[in-house]
Design a protein around this ligand. Structure first.
Ligand code: NAD
Length: 453
């Protein structure tokens, strides 16, 4: 079998390799998952809940190990990586409550009784990107397993290690063989088989918009269910009446967290023109103070970019743009890039329109509320965004006006496992997390029972 090198992005050094599975191994794993489905769906709800809680507990026992692995493989700061491993535990615990509550309905009809069942789909294929290897895996596998499906999961080529470890921990927790299988390999091979293989009844894809479109088109052939979580170009809108100090202090975290490699990054900053200059003067020290360091240090707020190729792509956006100011980044080995703030002169500027997926913030002034909403919506994406104002009516009007799946007022919160997460427009299709995500891993079956004698 081929193998694929795993590189530490903070040093650029190869430190291990993992197998790159081919079509034969992928088909074998899917077929094992199909066989395991027959018995997993029959596991009593209380027992399935108990197994998921045990899986959560085993993850909890390995938080430090998983976090250290993510720091090394993905360059995430140790603080973020601990949160990410903890998020897998929490999402498992949250959906462990579901098997015993997955009720259908009893619908009044003449001539008998009518009941509905939420049936599991079968094998679910989950395709994960490199930017958040652990949480994005968990948002798919936890509700899928809770609803009675079995799961095959493909991590991104460059960040497979934590997913592979989670697959081992599932077995350690007592999940039966074949219920949750991690299959590292190429998207065009393993991921493509998830789309093509008829036993896979749903594909959850998180990644770039172009690949998401091709997956949706491929799934159409078998009317396969699909959830898409795609790109973003989210706006952080600061009104003149806001707590400007707090908005400026938190804006760097809203875009530079995970080195900007975050689909929810608030990468477009819209500032009301009456406070534009003042806001930039508050933002500059906050950007310069953002600590870009060895991600293993507890003090690090940002680590390196994922790869040399990605660093080149990010740099291509800053070349001829007007730079307002930048922060600091280490030199030497590794794929470092400093937090960078660019002034957008027009809404056609490339850095204003395209998803940079790096630590680059584009800034533009706006005149009034109507213009802020118009500029925020002038994008093919609609994933996330923030609104800073002390006016409650305005906060609600702008929240309703911005076409985006996840908005936060006076904060930069996007992902909370209790609430739905997903994108509008070309940012995606369907919702993950929250109370309803479970149902997207089921089909409704309606049964009518005649009471005629
Ligand atoms: P990508 O689309 O290149 O890859 C994502 C995953 O898809 C990887 O596992 C890859 O191997 C696989 N893949 C690639 N080609 C495939 C194919 N033809 N068939 C099946 N699978 C295939 O994206 P990326 O570069 O890994 O991730 C960055 C992108 O992901 C960004 O655009 C970002 O916005 C997006 N993203 C979105 C969310 C969200 O929730 N909306 C979250 C994280 C990342």
């Amino acid at each position: 079998m081929d193998s694929s090198d795993v590189i530490n992005p903070a040093t650029g050094a190869v430190f291990t390799a993992v197998p790159a599975n081919g079509v034969t191994e992928t088909d074998a794993a899917i077929e094992r998952a199909q066989r395991a489905f027959m018995s997993w769906r029959e596991v009593a709800p209380g027992d399935r809940a108990r197994l998921l809680r045990r899986f959560a507990a085993v993850v909890d026992d390995h938080i430090e190990e998983l976090a250290a692995l993510e720091v090394r493989n993905s360059g995430h700061t140790i603080g973020n990586a601990r949160w990410e491993a903890g998020n897998v535990r929490d999402v498992l615990d949250y959906y462990a409550g579901a098997p015993e509550r997955l009720s259908g309905r009893q619908i009044p009809v003449p001539g008998g009784i009518d009941v509905t069942f939420h049936e599991p789909l079968g094998v679910v294929g989950i395709i994960v990107p490199w930017n958040f290897p652990m949480p994005i895996a968990g948002w798919g596998f936890a509700p899928a397993l809770a609803a009675g499906n079995t799961v095959v999961l493909k991590p991104a080529e460059v960040t497979p290690l934590t997913a592979i470890r989670l697959g081992e921990l599932a077995l350690e927790a007592g999940l039966p063989e074949g219920v949750f299988t991690v299959i590292p390999g190429k998207g065009s091979v393993v991921g493509q088989r998830f789309v093509e293989h008829p036993a896979v009844r749903k594909v959850c894809f998180t990644g770039s918009t172009p690949v998401g479109k091709s997956i949706m088109a491929g799934c159409a052939d078998q009317v396969k269910r699909v959830t898409l979580e795609l790109g973003g170009k989210s706006a952080n809108i600061v009104f003149a009446d806001a707590d400007l100090e707090r908005a400026a202090a938190t804006a760097p975290g809203g875009v530079f967290d995970n080195a900007g490699q975050d689909c929810c990054a608030r990468s477009r900053l819209l500032v009301q023109e009456s406070v534009y200059e003042r806001f930039l003067s508050l933002l500059e020290p906050a950007v310069k103070a953002f600590r870009v360091q060895d991600p293993a240090l507890d003090t690090a707020e940002m680590g390196p970019l994922i790869s040399a190729a990605h660093r080149d792509k990010v740099a291509s956006y800053t070349g001829d743009a007007e730079v307002a100011f930048t922060g600091e980044a280490p030199g030497g080995d590794g794929w470092w890039f400093p937090p960078t703030v660019l002034l957008a002169r027009s809404s056609s500027d490339r850095h204003w329109r395209e998803e940079v997926f790096g630590p680059v913030l584009s800034v533009m002034p706006f005149h009034d509320e109507a213009e802020a909403i118009e500029l925020a919506n002038d994008t093919e994406y609609g994933l996330s965004g923030s609104i800073w104002t002390r006016d409650l009516g305005r906060a609600l009007r702008v929240s309703r006006g911005v076409q985006s799946g996840n908005l936060s007022v006076n904060s930069h919160s996007s992902v909370r496992y209790w609430t739905p997460f997903g994108g509008m427009k070309q940012s995606g299709l369907g919702r993950e997390l929250g109370p309803d995500a479970l149902l997207s891993f089921t089909d409704v079956k309606n049964v009518f029972i005649s009471t005629d004698s």
